[in-house]
Design a protein. Structure first.
Length: 487
């Protein structure tokens, strides 16, 4: 129990200290009327307290709904109402924002510092009956429509998800030191923490992707596994340099997700980390489908036309491809929508019905094909979701913001390739005749005032009209080519 469980900056917690932290948090939460089934939102950056709260709330049996602190206040209010939040637990650094949010949502505010105080004399944790089918985690996702939804996961579902993490080549073991900067309000950051600690390994918490800092962590702590989200950030690491191969030789696995992974990305990872394998995966907040492809230097990279395979379905996952009519695709190379089901899958979206078809299949909205060996390849998103810096950005949401500007008649938003973000949010804009002139920078600033920073259009071109398909719909492929042609 004296082994190091967490490292966050200069702070280190052993497993016994993490257990004591979660115990203290659980006792203080219960004293504030948080019990099994209570609906609790969290507003934190990555921190030991956030992780301790996850464990405390799981012990209690409450429903935890972590919020993305990057969202605007109105968006956070909408998300809180989406899950009928009764309590908001937030970091003291977000206290002012938390007070405003509770006025919007009606939730009760609990500050981190209140929960870290020593419990009242004689107070102790009171175990409550918990069941495998109890919902204990709601992860927000915009799905394919941009409308916020919360994927609800049960105790049993989370156990299956964690168990499946150990059924792959080179899983996390007790000897590992895992470096993670992925936000723990997303399913990826949450799962990284849970599988690492369930393995008895050491988890390093970082809040941001800062290349020099991360490479320093790796060299100093002898990191063995790390996240790289999105994969395109390998370029930033390569540019940083300054460390010998020996300093980075401890890394044995780089887990790449949150965006398209290219052959060039893999080669750069191998160039930076001399002993590393690359983990290329596919997953989602709903956990209906999870795929893994482990790539090492001894085997050719499995790719078709530069498209790297995302692997095969994981343990406890069943998946299939269907065409537009819903018929199952059985021939290799044919593109279709991927559907998934299994015990890892969410039980549904909070407060919504009909998340699955009559046979329990969940439609992901993503297009794939498989090869003759059963390996899957991601092709595109069925809808117009953009993956920028590991965040989901929905074109229709950004378009609504742009179109609300008095000088804008209409707009079309797409993702264009970007070396750092994976995809950059870009827009083609048609201005109203006779309206006051507006510049690209003014429109970008306007976007920034109406939504989260990661949703802001970072490239805008003005056009006389938007290109349309023969069906009369905006031709997003043509829009993307038009914008890229003007760079």
């Amino acid at each position: 129990m004296d082994k190091t469980a967490l490292i966050s900056g200069e702070e280190r917690l052993s497993y016994s200290e993490l257990l004591a932290l979660s115990e203290r948090l659980a006792v203080n939460l219960q004293s504030r009327s948080v019990h099994r089934g209570s609906r609790v939102t969290l507003l934190f950056k990555n921190s030991p307290s956030m992780l301790g709260l996850y464990f405390a709330l799981l012990r209690i049996g409450a429903q935890t709904s972590p919020l993305n602190y990057r969202e605007s206040l109105p968006e956070l209010g909408h998300l809180s109402k989406c899950v009928d939040a009764e309590f908001l637990v937030c970091a003291d650094s977000f206290a002012e924002q938390g007070e405003s949010l509770c006025r919007l949502s009606g939730a009760q505010l609990i500050l981190e510092s209140e929960l870290l105080r020593a419990p009242a004399a004689g107070s102790r944790f009171l175990p409550e009956e918990r069941r495998g089918e109890d919902v204990v985690l709601n992860i927000f996702t915009g799905g394919t429509t941009g409308t916020p939804k919360a994927a609800s996961h049960t105790n049993n579902g989370l156990l299956c998800q964690i168990k499946s993490c150990f059924d792959i080549e080179s899983p996390v073991t007790s000897d590992d030191i895992f470096l993670n900067y992925a936000p723990m309000f997303h399913i990826g950051g949450f799962t990284a923490a849970m599988q690492t600690l369930c393995a008895g390994a050491t988890f390093i918490i970082s809040r941001v992707f800062e290349p020099a800092q991360l490479l320093g962590f790796i060299a100093r702590e002898r990191v063995t596994q790390m996240s790289l989200i999105p994969p395109s950030l390998c370029t930033e690491l390569l540019k940083c340099g300054g460390l010998s191969e020996d300093a980075l030789s401890s890394v044995r696995m780089v887990r790449m997700s949150g965006g398209a992974c290219t052959v060039d990305n893999i080669k750069k990872v191998f160039a930076i980390f001399p002993n590393a394998k690359a983990f290329v995966g596919y997953g989602m907040s709903e956990r209906a489908v999870n795929m893994v492809n482990i790539i090492d230097r001894s085997r050719p990279i499995r790719e078709i036309g530069g498209n790297i395979s995302v692997g095969k379905p994981g343990t406890y996952n069943e998946c299939k491809l269907v065409d537009e009519s819903g018929a199952q695709i059985t021939r290799p190379g044919v593109v279709g929508e991927v559907l998934g089901r299994g015990p890892c899958t969410m039980v549904g979206y909070y407060g919504r019905s009909n998340s699955f078809d009559s046979d329990g299949w969940f439609a992901t909205g993503d297009l794939m094909f498989f090869d003759g060996d059963g390996y899957y390849y991601f092709v595109d998103r069925k809808k117009d979701m953009i993956k920028s810096g590991g965040e989901n950005v929905y074109s229709n949401v950004v378009e609504q913001i742009l179109n609300s500007h008095p000088s804008v008649l209409e707009s079309a938003v797409v993702g264009i390739p970007d070396e750092r973000l994976g995809e950059m949010v870009a827009a083609a804009v048609v201005l109203r005749d006779g309206a006051p002139p507006v510049t690209e920078q003014e429109l970008m600033d306007y976007c920034g005032t109406k939504g989260a920073g990661f949703k802001k259009a970072r490239r805008i071109v003005f056009v006389s009209e938007l290109p349309h398909s023969k069906m009369g719909k905006v031709d997003r492929h043509a829009v993307r080519e038009l914008i890229c042609g003007r760079r």
